[in-house]
Design a protein around this ligand. Structure first.
Ligand SMILES: [Zn+2]
Length: 635
């Protein structure tokens, strides 16, 4: 598939998506986009290009997502750019070779942008033994027993990303429960920053006598015996190397396939929030061969910042060094419109789904996260003083900065670091970010306003985890949980994303990455158990669409190039109707139709998925109808 200089439609399944190469330039013009927001630059290049167009989509509901959120009836595209948007058939752009597509009233939106995925890792996970959807400890025990029976004796059994907040029991399993299912095999229940292991895993990894790794904890009971709970300490485990690591070709094919699944849901850009040279090299190769179907903004992760500022800066040098083809892996801005290096990131604290987010107040004793220490406030994964020194130098070298930051105390630390950098260099136009930012505070917002700090946030955690978090933390502490509306009312920018990391299915993956689900959660603030969390924080439909389009472009300095449908911008378009002979409906409705047919066929679906689909089918209809109406009809 070639995608330079000629019209090329990435019609995968049903989506009509048209991302292309090349740049668009424009001058700055501040704009009031959402409430008081002053930050977007909607200025698009003077439409130097003239007709004829390669493609005109007419009889459409074009939701431009421009400054006025105006709608139009037709859009003309030439090469990789939007030539014109208007309320007629755009005949003056029509030439003998122009392809005319009657959109038959379909809604056309800018290509969607997920600001936080791990597509490389998720694609690889699809090559491994697929773990079925497990929604309880009991089901997980059954699965472990099956694995014990199926695998050679003493094999490790690893369960991926079964968060306690998403299990029927609402807690981590105990060591005893894992022992019960696998007395003779080591078991590792991997939830990222936190893991649970059984007695056999403790024995073979010699955790009885092991010391804590840096910034990690092998949690022990009153008799100094490991309880099975590992906080940021999985490096202490003696896990075997994978028996059959996937080949490069397999990884390449899996990444291409996953990106095509993204396309099918209307996604044309992603923020890949953890990249290493091997994934960047692959994206660059796919770009060269024309097989890359989403634009990728590559966050560079520094796993280990080291034990001093000097060491941290040496590590920064190491992750920036030139890669294959002499293209460097940093700083921010290296690359082109397909593969661009994004911000530098570290893991500042743990996670809210595993009880290690670093909080201002103690988490509280309870079984959900096996917390037994009254003063326990979560974990920092690196020293803020060293991080401050590193980030000051990285800022000087041109890096945009972010950090994985889930708890309110971790956010305090990060914003204090940004504030100290501001004393030495002006960062207010640098769009420093917070990644996750689940718990905001008034002081935090004030600092974000002063420093123009934006955030990438994940609505799915509200849907899946807010009920459990409310039980653990109480309603009072949840009053600033994913306060999306307040962020916008403060004139700040937030961008929506999923944190997709394991599996590929848009609903069943961890985390579910379906962008329509993400928007729906932002609109309704409903949880999986049908609770409404902080209804005042509901976004309007306009805000929800911006959240998954132009806002994410802003996060990455790309809003002059894409994120809205305006002349001169890249022609990244998603539509619900490909309009070609035999074309199926897409992408907004594709999943719905697929779900209906599957359900009619009686295929087993998980409860979770059915619940989501029932709800989405209703809400998504409302969403797509709403965008089809004039702006005045939007809430
Ligand atoms: Zn992530």
């Amino acid at each position: 598939m070639k995608h330079c200089n000629s019209l090329h439609v990435l019609a995968i399944g049903c989506a009509l998506l048209t991302p292309y190469h090349s740049f668009a330039r424009g001058s700055s013009e501040p704009n009031l986009a959402s409430g008081k927001a002053r930050v977007y630059d909607y200025t698009v290049p003077s439409a130097a290009a003239s007709g004829p167009a390669d493609l005109i989509l007419y009889n459409a509901n074009v939701v431009t997502v421009d400054a006025k959120f105006s709608t139009a009836k037709a859009i003309a595209i030439k090469d990789d750019k939007i030539l014109a948007v208007g309320n007629w058939q755009l005949e003056k752009y029509q030439g003998p070779d122009t392809k005319m597509i009657d959109a038959k009233g379909s809604t056309i939106l800018p290509g969607l942008y997920d600001s936080h995925v791990h597509s490389y890792k998720a694609a690889i996970s699809s090559l491994e033994d697929l773990q079925p959807a497990l929604d309880s400890i009991a089901a997980a025990q059954d699965y472990i027993r099956q694995q014990v029976a199926a695998k050679p004796a003493k094999s490790w059994i690893v369960l991926q990303r079964l968060y306690p907040t998403r299990l029927k029991e609402g807690r981590f399993p105990t060591k005893a429960e894992l022992d019960d299912a696998a007395p003779d095999n080591p078991v590792y229940w991997n939830c990222g920053p936190v893991g649970i292991v059984n007695s056999k895993a403790i024995e073979v990894s010699k955790l009885m006598t092991a010391g804590n790794p840096p910034y990690g904890e092998i949690v022990r009971d009153g008799k100094h015996q490991p309880t099975g709970l590992l906080r940021n300490a999985d490096s202490a485990l003696k896990l075997p190397a994978p028996a059959h690591p996937p080949t490069n070709k397999e990884i390449r094919d899996a990444v291409i396939h996953l990106h095509q699944l993204y396309n099918q849901q209307g996604i044309t850009s992603i923020g890949e929030r953890r990249t290493y040279p091997e994934s960047i090299d692959l994206f660059r190769d796919l770009e060269k061969t024309g097989e890359l179907s989403v634009r990728v903004n590559c966050t560079r992760l520094m796993d280990d910042i080291g034990s001093s500022v000097d060491e941290a800066i040496t590590n920064l040098d190491a992750i920036t060094n030139s890669g294959r083809g002499k293209l460097p892996y940093g700083p921010t801005g290296v690359g082109d419109d397909w593969v661009r290096i994004g911000p530098l990131k570290v893991f500042l604290d743990g996670g809210i789904l595993v009880g290690t987010a670093y909080m201002r107040h103690p988490w509280g004793i309870g079984p959900t996260y096996q917390i037994t220490e009254p003063a326990y406030r979560g974990q920092l994964n690196c020293d803020p003083v060293i991080l401050g020194g590193l980030y000051e130098e990285a800022a000087r070298r041109g890096w945009q900065l972010t950090a994985h930051c889930t708890g309110d105390a971790a956010l305090d630390d990060l914003l204090n670091i940004y504030q100290r950098i501001q004393f030495k260099q002006d960062i207010r136009e640098r769009r420093f970010l917070v990644t996750h930012a689940n718990f905001q505070t008034d002081q935090g917002w004030e600092k974000c306003q002063k420093l123009n700090v934006a955030a990438d946030v994940q609505p799915i955690w509200l849907y899946e985890d807010a009920d459990s978090l409310t039980k653990t933390l109480g309603e009072k502490r949840m009053t600033n949980f994913l306060s999306l509306k307040t962020w916008l009312e403060k004139g700040l920018v937030i961008g929506g994303g999923s944190d997709h990391m394991v599996g590929t299915d848009s609903f069943e993956a961890t985390n579910p990455w379906n962008p329509w689900l993400g928007m729906w959660i932002a609109l309704t603030r409903k949880t999986v158990h049908d609770q409404e969390i902080l209804p005042r924080e509901k976004l309007t439909r306009e805000q929800a669409i911006r959240f998954y389009t132009i806002n994410n472009c802003y996060l990455n300095f790309e809003e002059k190039k894409k994120g809205s449908l305006e002349p001169g911008k890249l022609a990244d378009v998603s539509t619900e109707h490909a309009g070609r002979p035999g074309a199926r409906r897409a992408p907004q409705n594709a999943w719905f139709c697929a779900e209906l047919s599957r359900r009619r066929g009686g295929t087993t679906r998980t409860t979770f998925r059915n619940r989501v689909c029932r709800r989405l089918s209703r809400e998504q209809t409302v969403l797509s109808r709403s965008v089809a109406f004039s702006r005045q009809r939007l809430p």
